[in-house]
Write a protein that binds this ligand. Structure first.
Ligand code: PGA
Length: 256
């Protein structure tokens, strides 16, 4: 585990490339060097704004990382509408979100496809951010443990132990995403601990220590600190609260 927390803003299908310029610049003015010493801050815009943000980050030497929200597993070819890991790596993308619950629910994402994407991302030297999480009915039926460990095991198939430790996992209970209802910190920490144990069981204790585990689901400036102090939570995947620079800056500076 890293001492720095990892805070990723998942913009989803929001902000044109012009709006993205405004947001990253405002965010940059609101954060200072000590914030970046404590937190690795990553922005995951839609594909159309990746090149724009990359140019700004490079030209102004902004200490932000860049993330993508999706990827295809093939290197190139006749896959209309898709973008490959190699193309993302060329844009200095460091993180790729894979298996987000919105993709699982709306776009037919399966554990098998998640695994293909994870391997493609790792092969290009980037970090996959594997999202796992249970729905409300699964939680109420006592299925949380089974659902999240099955998703994680599926995502980590056919990887070396070293690669398994390099993955970032995001525990995002589906009922907490975009609902304003977050998991209480104790519960979130328990599930994150279970996910860490799952990585240790698959790849050894070193990989279990090394793997970074984020919490996501209605993270905001009011609840982020209670989550981040937990032993097994290494950062946050932030949706709605990452779109507004003031709000996102307050999330990043959670210790203040
Ligand atoms: P939210 O989204 O913060 O708006 O709940 C989180 C996510 O979907 O990654």
């Amino acid at each position: 585990m890293d001492a720095k927390s990892l805070i990723i803003g998942n913009w989803k299908m929001n902000l044109s490339h012009l709006e993205a310029i405004v947001v990253i610049q405002k965010l940059w003015y609101r954060l200072d060097t000590s914030d970046f010493d404590r937190a690795e801050v990553v922005l995951a815009p839609p594909f159309t704004a990746l090149r724009t943000l990359q140019t700004l980050i490079m030209a102004d030497r902004m200490p932000f990382g860049l993330g993508a929200q999706h990827v295809h597993w093939e290197r190139e070819g006749a896959f209309t509408g898709e973008v490959s890991a190699r193309m993302l790596a060329k844009l200095d993308v460091g993180y790729v979100i894979v298996g987000h619950s919105e993709r699982r629910a709306m776009f037919g994402e399966t554990d098998e496809l998640v695994n293909k994407r994870v391997r493609a991302v790792l092969a290009e030297g980037m970090t996959p951010v594997v999202c796992v999480g249970e729905t409300l009915s699964e939680r109420e039926a006592g299925g949380t443990e089974r659902v999240v460990t099955t998703q994680l095991r599926g995502a980590l198939r056919r990887l070396t132990a070293e690669q398994r430790g390099q993955v970032t996992v995001a525990y995002e209970p589906v009922w907490a995403i975009g609902t304003g209802r977050h998991a209480d910190a104790g519960t979130a920490n328990e599930v994150c601990s279970l996910l860490r144990d799952t990585v240790s069981a698959m790849a050894g204790p070193r990989a279990g220590e090394q793997v970074r585990i984020l919490y996501g689901g209605s993270v905001n400036p009011g609840n982020v600190a209670s989550l981040m102090v937990k032993r097994h939570i290494d950062g946050a995947l932030v949706g709605g609260a990452s779109l507004d620079p003031d709000t996102f800056a307050a999330v990043v500076r959670y210790w203040l």
